[in-house]
Ligand binder design. Structure first.
Ligand code: ATP
Ligand code: MG
Length: 571
C-alpha cells in the first residue's frame, strides 16, 4: 500500500526577514563581492533540538539563495569534557534529515587549533594578551559587576617574553588545570563585562575526540568562534541574541589580529516554544535521569525525537518559515508547531482504521462464513491516492468510547436501540448489551441493514454517527503509544522551580490491545498514517517489527490543548 514516508519537500515560502534584507542590500552594493557564506556552528555536546532547526534553516536557507550556496557545518568542539563523537554523528544525521547538505564544507574548530595557537602567540607579541596566574575564583571576583568596574590582575604587566615562556609551558603540560590561563588584555573598566580581560585559553588535561592527546590547552569559545569564522571566510555570522554583548569582543579580536577577513555578526531571537525546554543541558538532564527513554524519545523536542515520533522534515521547515526571524524574543505556541505537522500530514497520509480500545460487536444477522471486501479511499479528497480494501465480517470491534449505555444529549454514536454507520460498510443497530459478572460491558449484539452497503440507505434515512471499526478475524494486534506534551506547564521552571517538576505525568500512554486493519500487516518503519478519527500515527522505527507492530501518535487530529489553555488564561 502506498503511504507517506520520510523526506518529502514542500515548497517553502520566500523569506524576507531583516537579515536577508541586510544581505540583499550588501550584495547590491557589492560589499562581499557577491559571495554570501554562512555556517551552522553546533557544539557537539548533545543532540540538536527544534531551536537549532531555526538556525539551520536560516543559515543553509540564506546560503541556498545566493550563488555559491556556501554554508559550513562547523563543530564548535573546544570543550572535550562535554563533547563526543556520538553527538557529532547525530548532528550530521539531523542536518541531512532536515534537507540540507554542507557538501565539502564540514569543519571542526579543532581543525584550527594550530592556527588559533599562532593567533594567541601573535596577541601576546602585540602585548594584547597575558598569562594570568590568579585562580578561577579570584578572576571571577576581580572581574567586577555591572555597577563596579573590575580590578587589574597583578599579572597583567608581565613582560612579553615571560608571557611567551609561560604560554609555551602551559602548552607543554607543565601546569595543572586552572593554574594558569591566557587572557586578552583589553579593559577591566569596560562597561561590557566580556571586555574585561576575557580568558582566551585554559588548561584542560584531557584528550580531545579529534586531536587526541596533542593539546592540553584549549581555546575558549569567544576566541575560537570569530577566528574560525574568519578562517573559513564566513561573510555573515548569524547567532542568537545572547551573543550581542559578545560582539565587541568578536570585533576586537579580529581587528586586533588584523585577520584578512572580518565577518559581520548579526544576532536574531532564539526560538523558544511553550510546554517544552530548548536547552541541551536540560534535555541531557532528562536523559541522564531516565525521565525519558533517550535523546530520541518521541516526546523530546530534539530532531531525533521528533523524527522518531513521525514528524516530517518538511513540517519543521515550514514551521521555521512561519515563525520567521526577528530580533524580538517571544515564546511560540506548541500549537503552531503541531498545526504545521497536521497540515503536512493531512494532505499526504493514507487513511486507515485502527481501534485503540476495542469493544466486541457481533452482527447477528450476518452469516458466520461470509467476508466482504469493501473499498476504502486512501484519502477522502484525493482520488489519485487510490483505494484499499477492508474486510467486513460477522464479528467486529469498535472503539469502547463510541458506545454508551445511557448517552447524554449530544452523544451521536452507538447506544442501545440506536442506528449508526460503520465507515465504508453498513448501518448497524444495537440490539443488546452483554456484560460480565462485574457489570462491565464486554460485547454488543447488533444487526445490520444489507441495503446500506457503502454507507447510505436507499430509503434516504439518516444516521448521525459514523464509527471506525475492524474485523476480528482480520485485524492485527499492535501497540500504540499515545504521546502528549512532555510538560504540562507552558514555561517549565520559569518561576525558579526545578523544570523537571513540570513534567507531564500523562505524556505517554501505552495501549497494548489496539487492533489495526489488515492492510497494515506490512507497515514499514517510519511510515505515517491517519487512523481515522484518532490522529496521525507513525510506525516506530526503533521498536516496531513485522511480528509486533508499534505505532507512535504523532499528533491528534485537533488541538485538544487549545481549550485547556483558554481555560488557564481565564483563571
Ligand atoms: P543550547 O542552549 O541548547 O545548548 P546552544 O546555543 O548552546 O544551545 P549550540 O550548539 O552552541 O547550542 O548552537 C548552535 C547554533 O544554534 C548557534 O548558532 C545557536 O545560536 C543556535 N541555536 C541554539 N539554540 C537555538 C534556539 N533555541 N533558537 C535559534 N537558534 C538556536
Ligand atoms: Mg553553546
Amino acid at each position: 500500500m502506498k503511504a507517506q514516508s520520510a523526506n518529502t519537500t514542500t515548497e517553502s515560502t520566500i523569506q524576507n526577514d531583516f537579515i536577508r534584507q541586510i544581505i540583499a542590500e550588501e550584495v547590491k552594493t557589492n560589499k562581499n563581492e557577491e559571495q554570501v557564506v554562512t555556517r551552522f556552528p553546533p557544539e557537539p555536546n548533545g543532540y540538536l533540538h527544534i531551536g537549532h532547526a531555526k538556525s539551520i534553516c536560516l543559515n543553509f536557507g540564506i546560503a541556498a539563495e545566493h550563488e555559491g550556496r556556501q554554508c559550513y557545518l562547523r563543530f564548535d568542539d573546544t570543550n572535550p569534557s562535554k563533547e563526543n563523537l556520538e553527538y557529532v554523528e547525530s548532528i550530521k544525521t539531523d542536518v541531512h534529515w532536515l534537507g540540507y547538505d554542507w557538501g565539502d564544507r564540514l569543519r571542526h574548530s579543532s581543525d584550527y587549533f594550530d592556527q588559533l595557537y599562532d593567533y594567541a602567540i601573535a596577541l601576546i607579541k602585540m602585548n594584547k594578551a597575558y598569562v594570568c596566574s590568579l585562580t578561577t575564583e579570584q578572576i571571577k571576583e576581580s572581574r567586577g559587576t555591572l555597577r563596579d568596574q573590575g580590578k587589574n590582575s597583578p599579572y597583567r604587566d608581565r613582560s612579553i617574553s615571560e608571557n611567551l615562556d609561560l604560554f609555551e609551558r602551559m602548552k607543554a603540560g607543565e601546569f595543572a588545570d586552572g593554574e594558569q590561563v591566557l587572557r586578552a588584555k583589553i579593559d577591566m573598566a569596560s562597561p561590557n563585562l566580556n571586555m574585561r580581560d576575557p580568558i582566551i585559553y585554559r588548561i584542560k588535561k584531557m584528550p580531545h575526540q579529534m586531536t587526541g592527546e596533542k593539546w592540553c590547552i584549549y581555546p575558549m569559545y569567544d576566541f575560537t568562534h570569530c577566528l574560525s569564522d574568519a578562517i573559513e571566510g564566513i561573510t555573515h555570522s548569524l547567532c542568537t541574541l545572547e551573543f550581542e554583548d559578545h560582539r565587541p569582543l568578536y570585533d576586537w579580536i579580529l581587528d586586533t589580529l588584523k585577520t584578512p577577513r572580518h565577518p559581520q555578526q548579526i544576532e536574531f531571537a532564539r526560538l523558544s516554544l511553550n510546554y517544552t525546554v530548548l536547552s541541551k543541558r536540560k534535555l541531557q538532564e532528562l536523559v541522564e535521569n531516565n525521565l525519558v527513554s533517550g535523546w530520541d524519545d518521541p516526546r523530546m523536542p530534539t530532531l531525533s525525537g521528533m523524527r522518531r515520533r513521525g514528524y516530517t522534515s518538511s513540517a519543521i521547515r515550514d514551521f521555521c518559515d512561519r515563525i520567521g526571524v526577528t530580533r524580538k524574543n517571544t515564546q511560540i505556541e506548541m500549537g503552531a508547531l503541531e498545526n504545521c505537522i497536521r497540515k503536512d500530514l493531512e494532505a499526504k497520509t493514507v487513511r486507515v482504521m485502527a481501534v485503540l480500545k476495542p469493544l466486541r460487536v457481533v452482527i447477528e444477522n450476518y452469516s458466520e462464513d461470509q467476508v466482504e471486501q469493501l473499498d476504502a479511499p486512501n484519502h477522502p479528497d484525493d482520488a489519485s491516492m487510490g483505494t484499499h480494501q477492508v474486510p467486513f465480517s460477522r464479528v467486529l470491534y469498535i472503539e469502547q468510547e463510541d458506545f454508551l449505555e445511557a448517552p447524554p444529549k449530544k452523544f451521536f454514536r452507538l447506544a442501545p436501540g440506536r442506528e449508526v454507520r460503520l465507515r465504508y460498510a453498513y448501518f448497524i443497530t444495537c440490539q443488546a448489551v452483554i456484560k460480565d459478572e462485574k457489570g462491565d460491558i464486554v460485547e454488543l449484539r447488533c444487526t445490520y441493514d444489507p441495503e446500506t452497503r457503502g454507507g447510505s440507505a436507499p430509503d434516504g434515512r439518516k444516521v448521525k454517527g459514523t464509527l471506525h471499526w475492524v474485523s476480528e478475524s482480520h485485524a492485527i494486534k499492535a501497540e500504540v503509544r499515545l504521546y502528549d506534551r512532555l510538560f504540562n506547564h507552558p514555561n517549565p521552571g520559569a518561576d525558579g522551580s526545578d523544570f523537571k517538576a513540570a513534567l507531564n505525568p500523562n505524556s505517554m500512554e501505552v495501549l497494548s490491545d489496539t487492533l489495526v486493519e489488515a492492510s497494515l500487516a506490512n507497515a514499514q518503519a517510519g511510515v505515517r498514517y491517519q487512523f481515522e478519527r484518532k490522529g496521525y500515527f507513525c510506525v516506530d522505527p526503533v521498536d516496531s517489527s513485522k511480528e509486533a507492530l508499534v505505532f507512535n501518535r504523532i499528533v491528534t487530529l485537533r488541538d485538544s490543548w487549545a481549550k485547556i489553555e483558554k481555560a488557564n488564561k481565564r483563571a
